[in-house]
Design a binder for this molecule. Structure first.
Ligand code: UDP
Ligand code: MG
Length: 328
């Protein structure tokens, strides 16, 4: 079974058209499917429309949240409610085109456990945003301690095991594209052209976008914390230069000025160094609080003998039914 998770916040103009387009693609796949619409505290008629839609289309599952929890909150609820062997996450505004669904599913059938949809191009009315996104992805890639695919948002597919791994994470500030890369598993990439929103305006506020970008950086990088160390080194170098200049200054007023500046920078540098030390501890405290697992097992392979003993096969030399037992 394929699950498609779609966060919905005030999308009344699009819901019917979107479901029709998604169902049109999934019909051709030859698998059972469900489309999970997560109503993220919509204030328009989205919920009523979704429930209406459900009476006409039994593939529709509606998850109604208690209030507006934001894009990531809605997606997390959808992932937790999903039942499929493969779960696709996509936005409900046609920016992630439904035509790409068969490609995602084919990549999964070919053996990928995580399929990431990467933006080859963007058609967007909001020019500034369209320009800022690629910059953000590159800044994130430069800062991240772990490789995260460039130009990829939430759009993509995860198999059941990968979804369970993401669901098991306890951290609150989630950046799904990063976590999806972080969990590992066999990955594949599908390229697509990002479309413009078909109707209505973007629902994410500027402030929530900044928060999302900060989540992305702080979830995957210690580097901003280490900036303190870099700055303190810079200040201490300045101190050395100022002291050298003050020694060679002929005018006593210059000597005094340079020496005083050196003392100020020295103190600043020491403070930054101490902050840097504290940041190292802070980073580790953050790691402990998030309690990410140290590793994730994909499969465990046992020898034939052990499998035979477990399954009670009479002759251990005979390949038992559960040969190469898979523990997920
Ligand atoms: N969305 C949501 N909760 C929110 C904001 C948005 O569930 O608080 C949904 C929205 O309905 C859409 C998807 O998340 O299906 C992406 O939102 P939007 O298109 O506004 O984001 P953008 O594409 O502008 O980044
Ligand atoms: Mg959008």
């Amino acid at each position: 079974m394929i699950s498609v998770v779609v966060p919905i916040y005030n999308e009344e103009e699009l819901i019917y058209r979107f479901n029709e387009a998604v169902a049109g693609e999934l019909k051709t796949i030859g698998e059972e499917w469900e489309v999970i619409y997560v109503n993220d505290g919509s204030t328009d008629s989205s919920l009523e429309l979704l429930l209406d839609l459900q009476t006409a289309d039994p593939h529709v599952v509606v998850v109604d949240l208690t209030r507006n929890w934001g894009h990531m909150g809605a997606i997390s609820a959808g992932l937790r409610s999903s039942r499929g062997d493969a779960v696709i996450v996509m936005d409900g505004d046609f920016q992630d085109p439904p035509e790409v669904l068969p490609q995602l599913i084919n990549a999964w059938r070919a053996g990928a456990q995580v399929v990431v949809a990467v933006r080859r191009s963007r058609q967007e009315r909001r020019r500034l945003l369209a320009k800022l996104f690629p910059v953000f992805y590159r800044v994130l890639a430069a800062l991240s301690d772990y490789p995260i695919p460039l130009d990829a948002g939430i759009f993509g597919l995860m198999d059941r095991q990968a979804v369970d791994s993401v669901n098991a994470l306890r951290e609150g500030n989630r950046y799904l594209p990063g976590l999806r890369a972080w969990i590992g598993y066999r990955n594949d990439v599908v390229y697509y052209d990002r479309q413009d929103r078909l109707a209505g305006d973007g629902k994410l506020s500027f402030v929530s976008r900044i928060k999302y970008a900060m989540d992305a950086i702080t979830s995957f990088s210690y580097k901003p914390l280490r900036l303190c160390f870099a700055l303190s080194c810079f200040l201490e170098c300045m101190v050395v230069i100022l002291v050298a200049c003050s020694l060679f200054a002929t005018n006593p007023v210059d000597t005094l000025g340079l020496a005083l500046s050196a003392v100020i920078l020295l103190v600043g540098g020491i403070l930054l160094f101490c902050l840097g030390v504290m940041s190292e501890y802070l980073g580790r405290v953050y790691d402990e609080v998030r309690a990410r697992p140290l590793s994730i097992i994909n499969k465990v392979y046992y020898s034939e003998e052990i499998v035979a003993a477990q399954t009670g096969a009479a002759d251990a030399s005979e390949p038992a039914a559960g040969y190469r037992l898979r523990i997920a």
